[in-house]
Design a protein around this ligand. Structure first.
Ligand code: BGC
Length: 785
């Protein structure tokens, strides 16, 4: 068999720029080769504001990607097609990039204090504190030295607030120093036009300045957002201790405000300031008093010192870790990886029901900040068990966009139902390349899957009644619009002209994953609709959902076309996949990966080659619908064909391997996922972290090694640990309870920490769990099949 040269499942040495540490991300010296990477990794966010870990002083002359983003807020502009056609996505949304409020720098004897004069530099993000700290020394041309330190936080408590404490100490001289603090809406754009995964992010193109000024110690700017209905206000306020003199407020140019103070320092003395920056957005129609409201809010928030905001932040972090932490024994690098992943998910996830979580979170310009199925298949399953309230908000966001999805279905000639966009921010389809965009109808099934996942974990019937079932019904309707009962295949229900998760194959008939997920979707929709009907609800009438329609869905699910290839004994990825030539991996040099950057799509589409898990993903998500033998055959067939060029893939193969007891392979895939961003394994973390992969890492531990499956009758565990992971410990939120899972010395221990007693299953055996009465069972052996 040909040799696949894959970047994945190779135990990589830890090549990242940050030190390995269980709780901290520390950069010991500036890494000039990788400034962009560290900017991403040291990002701070709270679900609304996200800001990259760029330096307060900026990086003069070096490549840097400045970025502060507001989640759920976007600019919109028409997509330019050389050749357009009916139904093509019309506009692209771009996550809003706002004025940079982080900029602070000093001047000494007319010389600007820049990183080029740094003697040493260290920065560190402690994930228990949620504060980014920097300390560095600078020397002027004449030998005067300064010690500069800063602390920065994006408040979890106050979603509109960013705060910085900045301090400068004169180490070996006495003299005058100026500190300048800016609000800058004119910073340089970042773009990489040859890479389809990166957007062009230019702040100047997206914000039209309406007003700017200083009033009562506050500097502010009001912008209207290009092509959209948003106005955004950015405002800064400072506290300069009394020793500062000559404070001046300057408008350097339209879009740049500066406040400057002069200090006379004796040797050993420090100058310091606190800077509060507030961001808010509003519909344009409603901006009359936006600036006044921001001014009042900022005046109030600036009553909190940096220390008191930092204390609030630490307590929010503590609560978060109490729910979500995962402990791994014996591997500090993996421990750091999983914590960083969980922390990043928490930081970037929208928490207000009006925003979601982008493929790159709030950490960079990748994919224009768009939301994909990544949320529903990767993030929501993790959040349903760790932060159910946030999972609920993310689903609520999709409900907000249901009308837009209905409209999109009409545009695509479907007379009923709703079709969610493959990629979007505001609800409109933004995918300019439809074969790997709009054609991915499985987005509808992903939303249904996430609703099911959240419901099984939370038992939140109120959500189902108010929002969940309506989304299920409207999205289920699409399958009947899309598919047909094929008389040439004995009336099997088939779905044609779609693209599955694997984007190296496009527009096919009967993508196995899509058909299998549509089946799950239809069955669940019928079940939930019937449950609602039993409450004598009038909702079904409102949705004009008849018994006949439900029967048709049931029929389509029963007759869903899910073939097994008689010769190979595997599920064909689609009708034509197995007939194609296999990709020649032996003749593909390592530097030709990812294939999408080196080969025309048609070249790729003609071959048996996968970008990411497809049939294997269906096996993982659909749990016991397939036998272990069938799962093993599919994995053995598709794994050698999978490049894992998508970061969404390795974690899924880890789960598939773990379930089959292939623990060494499972561990290698887990390792690739756990540190994908810290070690920049895909070479593009500088554009933002890989959110789906981060949540997938949690899934690899919990669904993979602990073998958790959430079924109607409860939680089923089948824990098998690889030799490299002797211990694993995590908590699950489950239907109002907290359950702790812990592996120690070859035993799995289950303990109910809060809530009513319940029954869980260990390798099929029912275990009664009562408060604080741990139950132990031996781990399962490897190689289950
Ligand atoms: C993957 C998609 C994913 C998108 C955003 C693409 O490379 O193929 O499955 O949704 O990235 O993460």
């Amino acid at each position: 068999m040909e040799q696949k040269v894959s970047t994945m499942a190779t135990s990589t040495p830890f090549a990242g720029p940050l030190q390995v540490d269980a709780w901290r991300l520390t950069e010991q010296a500036l890494t000039p080769a990788q400034p962009l990477l560290c900017e991403t990794l040291l990002s701070l966010a709270n679900g609304y504001i996200g800001t990259r870990g760029t330096l307060e002083e900026g990086l003069a002359g070096q490549s840097s990607c400045e970025g502060t983003y507001l989640n759920g807020v976007y600019s919109s502009e028409p997509i330019q097609y050389g050749e357009s056609a009916c139904g093509f996505a019309r506009n692209n949304h771009t996550m809003l990039q706002v004025a940079n409020g982080k900029r602070i720098y000093c001047e000494l004897d007319g010389e600007r204090v820049e990183l080029s004069g740094a003697l040493e530099h260290q920065r560190s993000l402690d994930m228990r504190q949620g504060v980014l700290q920097r300390q560095w020394q600078w020397q002027s041309k004449s030998g005067k030295r300064l010690l500069i330190s800063s602390q920065r936080l994006v408040s979890m408590q106050h979603p509109e607030l960013l705060c910085i404490a900045y301090q400068v100490t004169a180490l070996n001289f006495s003299g005058e120093i100026a500190i300048c603090s800016e609000l800058d809406a004119c910073y340089a754009p970042f773009s990489k036009k040859d890479d389809p995964r990166v957007g062009v992010f230019s702040i100047a193109d997206t914000l039209n300045l309406q007003q700017q000024g200083f009033a009562a110690q506050q500097g502010w700017m009001l912008h209207q957002v290009h092509g959209s209905d948003f106005a955004v206000c950015a405002m800064m306020q400072h506290a300069w201790p009394a020793v500062a003199n000559n404070i001046s407020q300057l408008q350097l140019k339209p879009g740049v405000l500066c406040e400057q103070a002069l200090w006379s320092l004796q040797q050993g003395e420090s100058a310091s300031l606190t800077k509060w920056v507030l961001y808010r957005h509003q519909s344009v129609a409603d901006t009359t008093d936006l600036v006044q409201r921001c001014a009042l809010q900022l005046a109030e928030l600036s009553q909190h010192s940096f220390a008191s905001l930092a204390a609030q932040q630490a307590s929010a972090c503590q609560q978060f870790w109490q729910q979500a932490d995962v402990q791994i024994e014996g591997d500090a690098a993996m421990q750091q990886g999983i914590r960083f992943n969980l922390f990043s998910l928490w930081q970037s996830a929208g928490k207000d029901g009006r925003s979601n979580i982008g493929a790159k979170g709030l950490t960079g310009p990748g994919y224009d900040g768009h939301y994909f199925w990544d949320t529903e298949i990767y993030v929501i399953p993790c959040l349903s068990f760790t932060q159910p309230a946030v999972a609920r908000q993310l689903l609520g966001f999709r409900y907000q966009q249901l009308d837009a999805a209905r409209q999109r279905a009409r545009e695509m000639a479907h007379s009923t139902g709703a079709l969610y966009p493959w990629r979007t921010i505001g609800g409109e389809e933004c995918s300019a390349y439809f074969p790997a965009g709009t054609a991915q109808y499985h987005i509808n099934a992903a939303i249904a899957y996430a609703i099911r996942c959240y419901y099984l974990a939370s038992d939140d019937w109120h959500f189902m009644r108010e929002q969940g079932i309506e989304m299920l019904v409207e999205t289920a309707r699409l399958w009947l619009q899309l598919g047909c009962f094929n008389p040439r295949r004995d009336g099997a229900f088939e779905i044609h002209g779609v693209t599955g998760p694997d984007e190296y194959t496009a527009i096919v008939n009967n993508n196995f994953y899509t058909n299998a997920m549509a089946q799950l979707h239809l069955r669940f929709a019928v079940e939930m609709a019937q449950k609602l009907q039993a409450e004598a609800s009038e909702q079904l009438e409102r949705w004009q959902l008849s018994a006949q329609e439900l029967a048709l869905w049931q029929q389509a699910a029963e007759r869903m076309y899910l073939p097994v290839d008689a010769r190979l004994g595997v599920h064909p990825q689609d009708d034509s996949f197995l007939d194609k030539k296999r990709w020649d991996f032996a003749a593909t040099p390592n530097d030709k990966y990812p294939l999408l950057l080196h080969y025309h799509p048609l070249v790729i589409y003609r071959h048996q080659v996968l970008k990411q898990a497809d049939v294997v993903l269906a096996m993982v998500l659909l749990d016991d619908a397939f036998s272990p033998v069938q799962k093993a055959r599919n994995l053995a067939y598709y794994e050698p064909l999978t490049t894992h060029d998508s970061s969404l893939s390795a974690c899924i193969h880890s789960i598939a391997c773990a379930e089959l007891g292939q623990l060494a392979e499972a561990h290698a895939f887990f390792g690739d996922s756990a540190r994908m961003d810290l070690d920049n394994q895909h070479g593009n973390t500088e554009h933002g972290v890989h959110i789906a992969c981060m949540a997938g890492t949690w899934q690899a531990l919990v669904f993979g090694f602990a073998g958790l499956r959430s079924r109607y009758d409860g939680l089923h565990f089948a824990p098998r640990l690889p030799a490299q992971l002797p211990g694993l410990n995590f908590r699950l939120n489950y239907r109002g309870r907290v359950i702790e899972f812990r592996v120690q010395q070859g035993q799995a221990q289950y303990q109910l920490l809060t809530g009513e007693p319940l029954v869980i299953f260990h390798d099929g055996e029912a275990l009664q769990l009562a408060l604080q009465q741990p139950r132990q069972r031996p781990l399962l052996a490897g190689e289950a099949v």
